[in-house]
Design a protein around this ligand. Sequence first.
Ligand SMILES: Cc1cc2nc3c(=O)[nH]c(=O)nc-3n(C[C@H](O)[C@H](O)[C@H](O)COP(=O)(O)O)c2cc1C
Length: 381
Amino acid sequence: MLRTQVGSVSLQTPLLLASGYITETPEFFMRAQPYGCSGIVTRSLKQRVPPERSRITVPRYAVFGQDNMLNCEWGNEKPWTEWRDSGVRHVQDAGCPIIVSLSGRDLESCCYLIQTFDELDVDAYEINISCSHSGALHGNLNVDELHLEQLMKKVRGVTKTPIWIKLSYSNLLLSMAQRAQELGADAIVCTNSIGPGMLIDTKTAKPKLGIKGGGGGVSGKAIFPIALWCVHQLSQNLTIPIVGCGGIFTADDVVQMLMAGARAVQLYTAPALKGPVVFKRITAGLGRFLAENPQYDSIEDLIGLTLEKTREHRFSSPCPVVIEEKCTGCGICVQSCAFDALTMLRRANRKPLAVIADNCISCNACVGVCPPKFDAIKASF
Ligand SMILES: Cc1cc2nc3c(=O)[nH]c(=O)nc-3n(C[C@H](O)[C@H](O)[C@H](O)COP(=O)(O)O)c2cc1C
């Protein structure tokens, strides 16, 4: 029911552990795998770590708004040879797919690592050309079509193993992805952390990240809508599979990604902040979703369902509806309505009730502000 396929890579569930410091070694994945995480993407490996990157900047990440991170990870904490000597075998012995992530900046190193890992029969390579903070310091590969062409020609020449290209949001996303497809990429992974962004500690006036320039990549819930849009855009225009990534925390997020056209998804910030158990909740949630929606036999039936539904504007806009028995009269919707279209009905001996008036323009802001625990205003489109 939860099985999917990204080209030749078969997955027991659509959930993969995305590249980052929690995939420096296989350990975190080994704890996530029994909960339904079906494969791992290693940390982006470099054959040679430039001397300035052999030391890790401090702080290297900052958590904000609970479910988001800003990070300036770079370099590798462990040498890439650990994956060659034991890490890959460890994952394969557990019967799971392993996707080796490679930094796509140094083309010679990238080819050398591919030739080395090909001997170990890894399932795919994910080439990272979308790191926002290294882009800010050393040139933004995420929008560099010439670099992409050189990269694809080189790596396609040395391996038949699937090549996934990891891109981030940019206004060149579609043309970069199309070029990668033309040059033989087998899948696009989107998105990396988005940025650079910045946070400042107002007690010290210092940036919250230790990297020169202060910029880092934003990940977590805040980027989910952007990531979803990227996946939808790519799915609509490409024939190779898309792997969605960015801000996924719940089964509903995964279903949205699949409906937007992703064949599988990757998670980083959610497991990094909540632990491997997040995969258990999501796997259970996906099972529940299929049980409650028997028109779908498996998650494969969800893939791309939304693509047809976004081709035209929607003009019909009935006003939302207040569900009387659920409304607690808290009044948040009344305060937030910019059009004076909600009033509070005072009822004798009963709690007040929000009422939608004639001047409602159906913007549906009230649906969004009604606290989820009450869920008392429903959109009616
Ligand atoms: C601390 C940290 C380190 C990361 N390191 C890498 C990396 O080495 N290679 C890579 O391709 N992406 C890296 N990423 C990006 C994630 O793999 C992922 O694409 C991004 O965080 C968006 O997904 P999320 O919102 O689920 O975290 C890193 C992200 C974070 C937060």
